[in-house]
Write a protein that binds this ligand. Structure first.
Ligand code: UD1
Ligand code: CA
Length: 465
């Protein structure tokens, strides 16, 4: 059986009061319409048409080439939007799922069940419904005395009795494809909003004597439609909970799930512990047996097994197994830490490779550098990689020792096994196993401290007289 899907994503979403088109607002890091597309795809639909209008180019950029697009130039209603897919799908036999780009919580399992129910019942149309506590603003499911679905009435067209109904239209349906497009041509805009409603297809098919069915969603949270920022916040909360529970089911310990923010694309290995206040974003991937947080904020970062990352911000970084990062480290794009590297407090690393078992324990900046293995970078040592115009590289060989507060003025190379004395400002390359010292020799003046204090005291007395 041919399975198709149509996702409506042409609306502007005025109630969002946003420059960003509604369906592109992210929920747990992914545009709403991206979640809907995932659900449709995982429900094994063979062809998917996304109806675009407002922000068409942006929506296409977000979703890519794997779907087909139909343009709804003017937003005349959801029924009119579905009709725009007719040129692409109208001649097909099979079933078509219609769903809305602003219902990000609908799952693939629910869509699969909807299709199975529809086929089992031999229906022309099956509506996915939900019983909700607060139906305000949603389409109500009107049933006859025998319980069969007669139609859907929008909030604004409801009688007081209909408004009291708690069973609502989730905005996801399954149709016989040909019957869908045939009924759409009968939809009018004779209603309080002057729109062509997709929901009217149900009543029209019913009027033609077709079989209409309803499948009730087990989890009403899936019906959450996002029309404003309040609903967006609610969708985010529900999605966050779903994501966290999926990781917990896979063996991840989350100390405080209500205070842990993991985006949709993140992977985490078993026996990793996530501490509160942690944000894991984008394509971040965490290994097994790690300890992450409290208050780690990692974006597009890969972390190997057994690593510890405390209060740290990382972006586009690679942290190999067994590393110990933080507290209060900043790993900027292009950071690559080898195995068992230590990056301690108030250390910033950018575009730099740090070899296995090297240590940058405190108060350092390492930028545009290639650091070998077994290197120790002392407290406060830095690479001076920028002259105001150019970025230059620093290379440090294996097992080199960089003393505290050294300034390595790039471009510069420190050989392997070399020793840079604390407080040195290094402008010339240092060969393997050499010692470099670049600082004034110390002078001690015996008893001079008392003399200098006396002079200072006299100056102060003079000023206050
Ligand atoms: C719609 C349903 C309502 C249901 C609710 C579930 C209709 C008439 N009403 O109401 O029964 O309970 O969803 O959340 O369908 N869109 C277009 N082109 C248009 C109009 C809308 O592509 O011309 C898209 C929007 O981008 C949006 C979706 O269709 O993603 C739904 O439109 P929206 O205006 O949000 O409908 P609701 O009022 O929420
Ligand atoms: Ca909506």
């Amino acid at each position: 059986m041919n399975k198709m899907a149509i996702i409506l994503a042409a609306g502007q979403g005025k109630r969002m009061k946003s420059k960003l088109y509604k369906v592109l607002h992210p929920v747990c890091g992914k545009p709403m319409v991206g979640h809907v597309l995932d659900a449709v795809r995982n429900a094994e639909c063979d062809r998917t048409v996304v109806v675009v209008g407002h922000g068409a180019e942006d929506v296409k950029t977000a979703l890519g080439e794997s779907v087909e697009y139909a343009l709804q130039a003017e937003q005349l209603g959801t029924g009119h939007a579905v009709q725009q897919a007719e040129a692409l799908l109208g001649q097909e036999d099979g079933v078509t799922v219609v769903t809305y780009g602003d219902t990000p919580l609908v799952t693939a399992d629910t869509i699969k069940e909807l299709i199975a129910h529809h086929v089992r019942e031999g229906a022309a149309a099956t509506v996915l419904t939900a019983d909700v506590a607060e139906p305000l603003g949603l389409g109500r499911i009107i049933r006859g005395e025998d319980g069969s679905v007669l139609g859907i009435v929008e909030q604004k067209d409801c009688s007081p009795e209909q408004a009291a109904i708690r069973e609502i239209n989730t905005g996801t349906y399954c149709f016989d494809n040909r019957k869908l497009f045939s009924a759409l041509s009968d939809v009018t805009n004779d209603n309080s909003q002057g729109e062509y409603y997709a929901t009217d297809v149900i009543g029209i098919l019913r009027g033609r004597g077709e079989r209409i069915s309803a499948s009730k969603c087990k989890n009403p949270a899936e019906a959450t439609g996002v029309n404003d920022r309040i609903a967006l916040g609610e969708a985010e909360r529900l999605m966050r909970q779903r994501i966290n529970e999926a990781h917990q089911a896979n063996g991840v310990t989350i100390i405080d799930a209500a205070n842990t923010y993991i985006e949709a694309g993140v992977t985490i290995g078993a026996d990793t512990v996530i501490y509160p206040g942690t944000f894991l974003r984008g394509a971040t991937s965490i290994g097994s047996d790690c300890a992450i947080g409290p208050s780690a904020d990692l974006t597009d970062t890969t972390v190997g097994d057994g690593a510890t990352i405390r209060q740290t911000v990382a972006e586009d970084a690679e942290v190999a197994e067994g590393c110990n990062v933080g507290p209060f480290a900043y790993l900027r794009p292009g950071t690559k830490l080898g195995r068992r590297v230590k990056v301690g407090d108030f250390v910033e690393i950018k575009n730099a490779t740090i070899g296995d078992e090297s240590k940058v324990p405190h108060l350092s900046y390492v930028g545009d550098a290639i650091v070998g293995s077994g290197v120790n970078i002392g407290c406060g040592a830095i690479t001076a990689n920028y002259d105001g115009y150019n970025k230059s590289m620093t290379e440090i060989g294996d097992n080199a020792f960089i003393g505290s507060n050294a300034n390595l003025i790039a471009p510069v190379k420190i050989g392997s096994g070399a020793y840079v004395v604390a407080g040195s400002t290094i402008t010339n390359n240092v060969a393997d196993n050499d010692l470099a010292i670049a600082r004034e020799r110390q002078v001690n003046k015996p008893g001079y401290a008392d003399k200098i204090r006396a002079r200072a005291r006299a100056k102060k007395n003079q000023e206050t007289e």
